[in-house]
Design a protein around this ligand. Structure first.
Ligand SMILES: Nc1ncnc2c1ncn2[C@@H]1O[C@H](COP(=O)(O)OP(=O)(O)O)[C@@H](O)[C@H]1O
Ligand SMILES: [Mg+2]
Length: 211
């Protein structure tokens, strides 16, 4: 039995809490704390999709791997890769990241990260229910590079998972959810602040985080 109840969660969503794994610094454990409100159903859907992904996905840089269940003092725990920065600190969610954006350079980093995320989802044919900034972690892999990782809402909710089977449906679904995603007002505000600047170069800086 793994004891989590005394630990501080890395994050808390609507249905789940995510704790650091007490015996493995590379992993985290998610528990459903809100099972009456669709949390169990969401988890089952996500794991079904993970089972399918584990058979075909080669590049796991944009989503945490899943490693099965463990017993915890908070009920069944679901074990995933923990997403942390190169210095071991928990990675910020995209919501937190945009809150810290102050300078045009930050908007460039954001633009670049969104480009990388879109390309990753497209190339690997990964579908998500809805893309939300709080479900995307901004993993700083060095002082100057941030890689987006989707930690929640992966998979399809439909009875017939068309986007899972068909590349065309997958592209269409992603294009639609992408439009809704970038329209989130916190993202739009930062992206628009950069509108007058030239397109992003390859050199990234994290000015507000370093300041
Ligand atoms: N693999 C992970 N590594 C680090 N933090 C995570 C990971 N997965 C989730 N989190 C954090 O925990 C929060 C809640 O997890 P999430 O899966 O989004 O729960 P819910 O399904 O209830 O929204 C996330 O917003 C994020 O801050
Ligand atoms: Mg979430």
């Amino acid at each position: 039995m793994i004891h989590l109840s005394e630990l501080t969660p890395l994050g808390t969503g609507r249905h789940r809490k995510c704790y650091p794994h007490p015996d493995d610094a590379q992993r985290c454990i998610k528990i459903v704390y809100n099972s009456g409100h669709g949390g169990d159903k969401e988890t089952r859907r996500e794991l079904k999709y993970y089972a399918q992904l584990s058979r075909r996905l080669k590049d796991w840089s944009g989503i945490p791997r899943y490693y099965g269940t463990v017993e915890t003092d908070c009920g069944t725990g679901y074990v995933y890769d923990v997403i942390t920065d190169f210095d071991g600190k928990p990675s910020a969610t995209l919501t937190e990241f945009v809150e810290q954006c102050r300078y045009p350079e930050d908007a460039k980093v954001l633009r670049h990260m969104l480009k990388v995320l879109k390309r990753y989802l497209q190339n690997n044919r990964i579908v998500t229910m809805t893309l939300k900034p709080q479900n995307i972690l901004c993993r700083r892999i060095s002082e100057s590079e941030v890689v987006p990782v989707v930690c929640d809402n992966i998979g399809e909710g439909t009875l017939i998972p068309l986007a899972t089977w068909s590349g065309w449906f997958c592209r269409r679904k992603l294009a639609r959810s992408w439009e809704r995603f970038i329209a989130h007002k916190e993202l739009a505000a930062v992206l628009e602040s950069d509108a007058h600047l030239p397109a992003s170069g390859s050199a990234l800086s994290l000015s507000s985080r370093q300041a």
